[in-house]
Design a protein around this ligand. Structure first.
Ligand SMILES: Cc1ncc(COP(=O)(O)O)c(C=O)c1O
Length: 433
């Protein structure tokens, strides 16, 4: 890199990378021909039909280094690997940044942010002026939880099955300012929207101001009827926060159609963006009332960028999101959703036949997609996930909540059928041992 000619050509290439959405993107350089071929070949296939076609998905699997991991990785709900092109983009942006961070990062890479905002908004089906880019779902949602004006006695309704970071943030507000944080508890799986909507409705009092919802419950994969709950909550004049950590980049929906007021997500889960990337959506007319978590010249401005004043952070990670979007868009959300649901059903249906096995997740498509929980009589979730790892080299995560005790399994587009066969086989062997 010290050779000036070499450096110039690297810069030229990196310059091309800055426009990750153009024909020059790394994704196009690496995958365009092959993906063009498969997209022509499978052009008329419905997402459901294509979900079962291993020829198509084999091409996608090759885009991920994780597909050749010796350990079968089945905790993509926790955090997902990035495709190779995304890793390469981050590495190149990092190399570029380290040639002179204050110039390349702050003057060059920084210019990619507005393109990125547009592309994220395009996938979200929203106005780009409603999208802030940050580091994870926790940061996005805590920005809203701490940024809302609430006074002593004001009530917030959530559930004990929301994500711990968000529950802790609400509890901190309760402890510090005297707001009242009420939590419902559900016995999942539930295949009845009205039962869920009614539970939220029955907790509302004249003091309730906020409804905190989780789109996909991370413990067992239950998809919640957030739109119906949000609509009902608005009838009572409440505002609605949606935790979409497990839905953006997986389920085929548009954020504004959920009818919430605020939506936070990680991008390093099903979108497969670089690890440490997230996004906040705030309905346009609500932006001005939210105080930023860090700081802003005008904290009550209606410019969404006031939430991006995060100090020095990784621009390579942020700009790598662009290549993840290219990869995602080349598949298409509906196809991805149907494939991952097919993978979940594939292992869960076969596993259900094993004596002593229980599946803790609905099989109905409106109530589940990637994540499902499994348990085996006589073993705690911790014991089961330990045996899967130690004896079969299958990585999952164990869930031990008051009323959800299971091992959570979450495949991704790079997961091979042979990996899931290995899981089913392992569970069969463990059940007999
Ligand atoms: C439902 C839900 N919300 C929020 C988060 C937090 O995500 P992050 O750690 O990326 O902030 C998670 C993480 O798994 C989650 O499952």
């Amino acid at each position: 890199m010290n050779n000036p000619i070499h450096r110039r050509s690297f810069f030229k290439k990196s310059g091309a990378l800055l426009s990750a959405f153009s024909i020059d993107s790394l994704f196009n350089q690496v995958h365009a021909d092959e993906w063009n071929d498969i997209s022509i070949q499978f052009k008329n296939w419905s997402a459901k039909e294509l979900a079962k076609n291993e020829d198509y998905w084999a091409v996608i699997q090759q885009g991920y280094s994780a597909s050749s991991s010796p350990v079968v990785i089945l905790n993509n709900g926790g955090v997902s690997p990035s495709p190779i092109v995304v890793q390469q983009a981050v590495a190149r942006f990092n190399e570029l940044s380290n040639q002179g961070p204050s110039y390349y990062m702050w003057r060059i890479l920084d210019q990619g942010r507005e393109n990125l905002r547009d592309a994220l908004a395009n996938l979200a089906g929203s106005d780009a002026e409603e999208i802030a880019i940050n580091r994870n779902a926790t940061e996005a949602l805590v920005t809203i939880i701490y940024g809302l004006d609430l006074k002593q006695g004001d009530e917030v309704i959530g559930s004990t099955q929301d994500y711990p970071n968000m529950m802790q943030a609400w509890k901190q507000r309760a402890q510090r300012e005297g707001i009242v944080y009420k939590q419902l508890t559900f016995n999942f799986p539930i295949e009845n929207d009205e039962e869920i909507v009614d539970a939220y409705r029955s907790a509302i009092t004249p003091k309730t101001k906020i409804m905190h919802l989780t789109h996909v419950i991370n413990w067992n994969g239950q998809i919640m009827p957030v739109k119906k709950i949000a609509r009902m909550a608005h009838e009572y004049g409440l505002e609605v926060i949606i935790d979409g950590a497990h839905s953006y980049g997986l389920l085929d929906f548009k954020i504004p159609d959920l009818e919430g007021d605020y939506f936070g997500t990680s991008l390093h889960k099903y979108l497969s963006a670089p690890i440490g990337s997230g996004m906040l959506w705030v309905k346009k007319d609500k932006i001005s009332k939210i105080w930023p978590l860090t700081c802003a010249g005008d904290p009550l401005s209606n410019d969404i960028r006031k939430f991006e004043n995060l100090g020095t952070r990784s621009f390579p990670i942020e700009q790598g999101i662009g290549e993840a979007l290219n990869f995602h868009n080349a598949i298409g959300t509906k196809r991805k959703e149907e494939r991952i649901r097919y993978l979940k059903n594939y292992w869960a249906e076969r596993t259900m036949q094993i004596p002593g096995i229980k599946i803790h997740t609905s099989f109905k498509s409106e109530y589940s997609c990637a994540l499902a929980g499994v348990s085996l009589e006589g073993k705690t979730p911790g014991e089961l996930s330990d045996v899967l790892m130690q004896q079969f080299k299958i990585h999952t995560t164990s869930i031990s909540l008051e009323n959800i005790q299971c091992v959570r399994v979450s495949p991704h587009v790079y997961t091979k059928i042979s990996d899931l066969d290995r899981l089913v086989d392992a569970l069969g062997k463990i059940s007999k041992s």
